[in-house]
Design a protein around this ligand. Structure first.
Ligand code: SF4
Length: 404
């Protein structure tokens, strides 16, 4: 096997991910870890703050904090403030530039948003999903279109200058016109950031079960691909610049600094049940169990945490898969330096094949997918990672976001 050179430098800023594992109701498409028993919230918060206080990475400068879930907007501003205060006490946050919280429009009032702003949150991500009631019903969301519109307005009134909206496309019955209505409505608010996710039928979710039982007719791959290209075209025409397969920003400054760490192998620490951490070359994660998490802290112990040292094969897979998600693509210089290989040489056949089809492009330093190439992201990435030199196909990196 090849040699691997360490490439994670202590000087690279790190991110803190805080997982709040509570939701009022589970959305049928969601496979992220959360529970609906809110009676554990108080004890959970105490345990979470204890875990934050145990973080020991004095060598890292943290420039982002991301509070996700679950539904973090179930927590009041005082609790969010306590979480941020604890983080700032133990971490080196002298250059903290981005503090994000995910908002579910069904859980927010203007006072809470003002409180979040005062607590130090400077970026919010609102789970809109759709501006059509029928779609919200299909997705099992707890909020109405009116709740969403009100939340966005309240967020602006509270002084948030960096707002992201999440939209889902590929919903059964969705036509080009219906998706365009959603996108037009979204950009009316001029959000600084937009995430447009394709609806997926994750294994073991109620939505996947309904699909298998024929409860609805999903869109065809061709229809979903068409909606994806429509999204790219519409957002690009309206000033939103795509920087990752699902993510669009009004300016470079409004790209998600935190999420870019996931796609670029940046260091991050995750706290809370099911949260993942990555500090080269180790990946670790907490058990997805709120009660067990609380019990451990109550008995003075650390939560159950699994660890693995990433193998060279796993790192190559992550670098290819995550690199292809980015519009900029895989940094082939970094790849060559890290694995002591020649990217263009080892993937010569694949590159020739996909370049001819107009799905992949290469420059001196990067290998990226074209717009049409994004339609085949999974199969192209699979073709690269199924080479003999990359045998282990496991991809467990925390690269997805909950579509909340
Ligand atoms: S999509 Fe968000 S709100 Fe819905 S169950 Fe998942 S984490 Fe909770």
């Amino acid at each position: 096997m090849t040699n691997t050179k360490p490439f994670r430098h202590k000087s690279e800023p790190a991110g803190l991910y805080v997982h709040i594992p509570f939701c009022l109701k589970k959305c049928p498409y969601c496979d992220f870890y959360s529970i609906t028993d809110s009676s554990l919230q108080h004890d959970f918060t105490s345990a979470l703050i204890s875990e934050i206080r145990m973080i020991k990475y004095p060598e890292f400068l943290f420039d982002t904090i991301y509070i996700g879930g679950g539904t973090p907007s179930l927590l009041d501003a005082r609790t969010i403030s306590q979480i941020l205060d604890a983080s700032k006490t133990v971490l080196n946050t002298s250059d903290l530039t981005e503090i994000t919280i995910e908002i579910n429009p069904g859980t927010i009032v203007n006072k809470k948003l003002i409180g979040y702003r005062e607590a130090g949150i400077n970026r919010i991500n609102i789970g809109v999903q759709s501006f059509q009631e029928k779609n919200l019903k299909f997705l099992g969301r707890i909020h109405t279109v009116g709740d969403t519109e009100q939340s966005i307005q309240w967020a602006r009134d509270a002084g948030f200058k960096n707002i992201g909206l999440d939209i889902i496309y590929g919903i059964p019955g969705q036509t080009r016109d219906l998706l365009l209505n959603d996108l037009k409505k979204a950009i009316e608010y001029r959000p600084e950031h937009l995430s447009c996710y394709m609806l997926t039928y994750e294994h073991g979710t109620p939505l996947e079960k309904d699909l298998k039982n024929g409860a609805f007719n999903p869109l065809t791959e061709k229809q979903v691909g068409d909606l994806f290209l429509l999204t790219l075209e519409f957002l690009s025409k309206n000033g939103y610049h795509q920087y990752e397969v699902s993510n669009f920003a009004l300016s470079k400054r409004s790209r998600s600094r935190h999420n870019r760490k996931y796609w670029s192998f940046g260091p991050y620490i995750g706290v809370g049940p099911s949260a993942h951490s990555y500090i080269y070359p180790e990946r670790s994660w907490n058990k997805a169990d709120v009660s067990g998490y609380i019990e451990k802290f109550n008995s003075g112990q650390r939560p159950d945490r699994k660890k693995e040292i990433l193998t060279t094969e796993q790192m190559m897979i992550e670098m290819i898969y995550l690199g292809f998600r980015k519009v900029r693509g895989i940094n082939t210089d970094k790849f060559n330096d890290m694995f002591q290989l020649d990217f263009n040489q080892i993937f010569k056949n694949e590159l020739d094949q996909y370049r001819k089809k107009g799905l992949v492009r290469t420059t001196d330093k990067y290998c990226s997918l074209t717009q049409d190439g994004f339609l085949f992201l999974d199969s192209i990435a699979s073709a690269f990672i199924s080479k003999d030199l990359i045998k282990n196909k496991k991809n467990t990196m925390n690269s997805r976001e909950a579509i909340c």
